[in-house]
Structures are given as structure tokens and as C-alpha cells.
Design a protein around this ligand. Structure first.
Ligand SMILES: Cc1cc2nc3c(=O)[nH]c(=O)nc-3n(C[C@H](O)[C@H](O)[C@H](O)COP(=O)(O)O)c2cc1C
Length: 314
């Protein structure tokens, strides 16, 4: 049996597989269930400073190759989030990453202040959702200056709110010309790590019988299996510039082989979201077993030995 444990930003994960934000991360019970099924940790769905309504249904569709969603980040607000966190904590000590979102700049500051009081060890800053553009404009992750400004703001609010020890991960968008320049800017502004990537697009699906868009929002972010080709490349590029940067590699991972590939590109943790729709919450235990089998077959004793391995050969 290989040692699959990973230390990420000072937090120990029993294995590198983490529930990605927005999938089953709504209730404490749902997140605890994912841990029971073998995840090393969870990411909350994006938390807002106040209640936020998402988009009307239909909000998602897909198959085992691709997925599209425009849920629009619905959230019941921080009081409810604190309740769910307590329910999670009553069931497990496994690490939780607090994902936060804000719409406009001041909204990011407000939620950072609120989350600082919840005792986070790792905060993930979602500046890259393509589905709330109508409300708030282009995601901040598409601008070098805005992504730096929001990172600086959130860092200062965490510090002021008593969470100076919390580490800050910024979640980047694939919908940019050069993701490395965005990574450079948020690192310079105080990010301790990167999550790459959020959904691609937006994309669109048309029902040809009714000649109407399938999603109520018309457009949605693309995730799932096909995204792995892009997420692996972008993680590789970020790691090539920032050698020891802690990275959560997210996008299209659904098997042990996918996860190994993403780690070789440079990820220390693996986010899995859409795979839960197709392999169920059991996907975490299954992928961990597949990783273990691969390690045994290939003489790998510690999973951390493969992080960024492809860079030694390129
Ligand atoms: C239904 C759905 C809801 C999502 N909600 C969020 C969210 O609230 N915050 C966030 O940062 N990312 C959200 N995402 C993006 C995922 O966390 C992830 O970055 C993306 O889907 C790519 O990974 P995957 O192919 O494993 O799903 C969502 C994705 C899906 C499919």
C-alpha cells in the first residue's frame, strides 16, 4: 500500500482527493458523506456575504464526456454556512477548504471578514465563475490588476478578522490568454497557492426539437472529462514557472490515472466535481484505490514523490 497522504499548506490530507467547490458541498452532512466515501478533504460551495439566488432551472446537463452548468452560485448566506460547518465538524476532523465569492470587490471583502471568524485553515477565493457575468461583469480572474486587487483585499480582511494563519488559495479561470500571468499577479499579491481551474466557456447546448437553448441562462460553464486536457496543461504551465507552488489541480479528473497525470503536471491536491455525478460520491474511494494500485504496480511508495515529476523530463 502506498502512502497517499499529502501535506498541503500545513494541513494534512489522508489522500490528495478533495471534493471540488459546488458539488455536494452545500450541507455538512453531504460533505461528511464524501469523507466517508474516501475523500481526503472537502471544499465548500462558494459562500457569499449574504443570501444569493442562483439561476432558474434548468441549470445543468451532461454525460460522461462533458458537463455544462449555470447554477449561478446560489447560497443561503453565512449564518446557514456556519450551521452546516458545525454539522460537518460534529462528524469528521477531515480538512475543509472554505471557498468564498463576492460579486463586486466589496462583497469579497465582506465575506472574507465573515469567514475569518469561522476558523478557516485554508480559504479558496473564487474569482473565476463564468456564470454570474450578467450580474457582476467579467470574472476578476480575467484581469491581472483586478485579480491582484481582490487577493490583496481578501488577505487583509482575513488578517484583520483574526485569521492571519489561514492560507489563501486563488481559483483561476481557463478563459484567459495567459493563466501564468494571472498566477504571477495573485502570488505577488499574497496568494499561498492556486486552484486551477474553474469551468471553461461559457458554452451552450441547443435542443434541436424545440430550437431553444437547454439552459435557462442560455450559457453555462463546461466541466467534466474533456476539461482534463486543458486543466493538465494549465497546471503544468503554472508549475513550470512556480516550482514549489501548492496547486489544487481541478478539471475533468475521474479516475486514478487522471489523478496521477494531474499530480505529475504539478498538483499536490486533486479537486473532483463532475465525476461525482457519474461515479457517485463513492468516486473518491474508487479513485484512491486506483491510485494505490498504480503506485503498487509502478513501485511508488509515497504519492508526494510524483508531484511535478513530468517537469524533470521536459
Ligand atoms: C454544478 C457545478 C457547480 C459549481 N459550483 C462552483 C462554486 O460554487 N464555486 C466554485 O469555485 N466552483 C464551482 N464549480 C466549478 C468546480 O469546482 C470545478 O472547478 C469545475 O467543475 C471543474 O472540475 P470538474 O471537471 O471536476 O467538475 C461548479 C461546477 C459544477 C459542475
Amino acid at each position: 500500500m502506498a502512502d497517499l497522504s499529502v501535506e498541503f499548506l500545513g494541513v494534512k490530507f489522508e489522500n490528495p482527493l478533495v471534493l471540488a467547490s459546488g458539488i455536494l458541498g452545500i450541507t455538512g452532512d453531504g460533505m461528511a458523506r464524501v469523507i466517508e466515501h474516501g475523500a481526503g478533504g472537502v471544499t465548500t460551495k462558494s459562500l457569499w456575504a449574504k443570501e444569493h439566488k442562483g439561476h432558474p432551472n434548468p441549470t445543468m446537463m451532461g454525460n460522461e464526456h462533458w458537463f455544462i452548468n449555470a447554477v449561478g452560485i446560489p447560497d443561503a448566506g453565512p449564518e446557514k454556512a456556519a450551521e452546516e460547518l458545525a454539522r460537518y465538524r460534529a462528524k469528521t476532523d477531515a480538512p475543509m477548504i472554505f471557498n468564498i465569492v463576492g460579486g463586486m470587490m466589496e462583497g469579497f471583502g465582506e465575506i472574507a471578514e465573515k469567514v475569518a471568524g469561522m476558523g478557516p485553515k485554508i480559504v479558496e477565493l473564487n474569482i473565476s465563475c463564468p456564470n454570474v457575468k450578467d450580474e457582476f461583469g467579467k470574472p476578476m480572474a480575467c484581469s491581472i490588476s483586478k485579480s491582484a486587487e481582490v487577493t490583496r483585499l481578501v488577505r487583509s480582511k482575513l488578517d484583520e478578522g483574526g485569521a492571519a494563519d489561514a492560507k489563501l488559495v486563488v481559483k483561476l479561470s481557463p478563459n484567459v490568454e495567459n493563466i501564468v500571468t494571472i498566477a504571477d499577479s495573485v502570488i505577488e499579491a499574497g496568494a499561498d497557492g492556486i486552484c486551477a481551474i474553474n469551468t471553461l466557456g461559457p458554452g451552450m447546448v441547443i435542443d434541436i426539437e424545440t430550437a431553444q437553448p437547454v439552459l435557462h441562462n442560455k450559457f453555462g460553464g463546461i466541466s467534466g472529462h474533456m476539461l482534463k486536457l486543458l486543466s493538465v496543461a494549465l497546471v503544468y504551465q503554472i508549475r513550470a514557472k512556480h516550482k514549489d507552488l501548492p496547486i489544487i489541480g481541478t478539471g475533468g479528473i475521474s479516475t486514478g490515472r487522471d489523478a496521477i497525470e494531474m499530480m505529475m503536471a504539478g498538483a499536490s491536491l486533486i479537486g473532483m466535481g463532475t465525476a461525482v455525478h457519474f461515479r457517485g460520491p463513492e468516486v473518491f474511494g474508487k479513485v484512491a484505490k486506483e491510485m494505490n494500485d498504480w503506485c503498487d504496480e509502478n513501485g511508488v511508495e509515497k504519492i508526494t514523490d510524483i508531484i511535478g515529476k513530468v517537469h524533470a523530463n521536459t
